[in-house]
Design a binder for this molecule. Structure first.
Ligand code: AHM
Ligand code: MG
Length: 337
């Protein structure tokens, strides 16, 4: 049987199932090509002069790596001329990027974290790109970047597509258009993504948790309780031994959960209280939550379904707990108790 490329998968979602429009298909193809370009740049590493600091800070006050800036530029350049987008927003830019007047404007909004897991770039550990697609509201004011921010402030339930690329031993694109989750592997010789898994499903039970234990002393009581119960293993109230994995790149940690289950937590803690959490809602938590739910998992702040949050600002941060349903449900109960 012929290999199913990403292009063919998307054409079938459009033509046979009517799940996506032609413009959304084009948008996702363009994003996938940008991810290929990012993958090539990452693969060159020290030989391509792409490692190290860029010498600038982003809106969150974090030092940008050269690859953060390069990946952001690749995504902007690839997406601004195709006529499928109204505006883009990124972790690396204070304000939305409007489509320049010389290009036609489309009906979609794209948000992305161009290179997630920045602290892992220079040490050759898996990193990724996360993206989310929204429809631009009718009559939205796109006259200035400041005004355009409002168009993006839609809950995660409004996303029409979400995905991530993970740049690991292989480069993968994991995608949902609201019709389950499919995973594509980059064939480097052909230069295209080929479908390698359809209908990804997260096991409901797990024996694996993912959290930065260095923050333990700052956690709230429900998280303290849940993690200590897992650490207590077979002899504890959960009656089984758990293992722990923390890559420190959300894409890699989430991809492991998409593949074999688990629970990922970047909860609120006393250190993060003022800023609301560590991970960003619009281009980290929301796209991951959509993918996780589409694969049968659950994603919450502990107190609210992530996809239901009404965003107040573009770079808003939120607590994130996601993964295997039964485990996420347990810690949600602990938050309610
Ligand atoms: P980034 O987008 O600047 O790379 O930050 C987000 C990353 C996530 O990928 C990861 O889960 C988390 O930050 C790791 O944080 P920590 O270094 O506190 O473990
Ligand atoms: Mg990130």
């Amino acid at each position: 049987m012929a290999q199913r490329t990403l292009a063919r998968y998307l054409t079938e979602e459009q033509r046979n199932k009517g799940v996506i429009t032609g413009d959304l298909k084009l948008l996702i193809e363009v994003v996938s090509r940008a991810c290929q370009a990012i993958s090539i740049a990452i693969g060159k590493g020290g030989l391509g002069g792409v490692l190290g600091e860029a010498g600038s800070d982003n809106i969150q006050g974090e030092a940008q790596k050269k690859l953060d800036v390069l990946s952001n530029d690749i995504l902007l350049d690839a997406n601004e001329w195709g006529g499928h987008l109204a505006a883009m927003a990124s972790e690396e830019m204070d304000l939305p990027h409007l489509v320049p007047h010389r290009f036609p404007k489309g009906e979609y909004l794209l948000t992305f974290d161009p290179l997630d897991g920045s602290s892992n770039i220079d040490v050759n550990v898996s990193i990724g790109t996360i993206f989310s697609v929204l429809k631009c509201p009718e009559g939205a004011d796109l006259s200035t970047p400041e005004a355009a921010e409002r168009a993006f402030l839609q809950p995660g339930t409004a996303q029409v597509a979400a995905g991530y690329a993970v740049y690991g031993p292989t480069t993968l694109l994991v995608l949902t258009v609201g019709d389950g989750v499919a995973s594509f592997t980059l064939d480097r010789e052909q230069g295209q993504f080929l479908l390698t898994q359809e209908n990804m499903q997260i096991p409901v039970e797990t024996k694996e948790f993912s959290i930065n234990m260095a923050n333990q002393r700052f956690w709230e009581a429900p998280v303290q309780r849940y993690i200590s119960e897992m650490q207590a293993g077979k002899e504890g109230p959960l009656g089984k031994d758990y293992n722990m994995r923390w890559v420190g790149s959300m894409v890699a940690d989430v991809h492991r959960i998409m593949t074999r289950g688990g629970i990922f937590l970047y909860p609120i803690d006393s250190k993060l209280r003022a800023q609301g959490g560590k991970l960003r809602l619009m281009y980290e938590a929301n796209p991951m939550a959509m993918l996780i739910e589409q694969a049968g998992g659950t994603a919450t702040t502990g107190r609210q379904r992530i996809l239901d949050i009404a965003p107040e600002k573009l770079h808003q941060r939120v607590p994130v707990i996601l993964g295997s349903k039964n485990e996420v449900d347990r810690i949600t109960r602990y938050h309610a108790a």
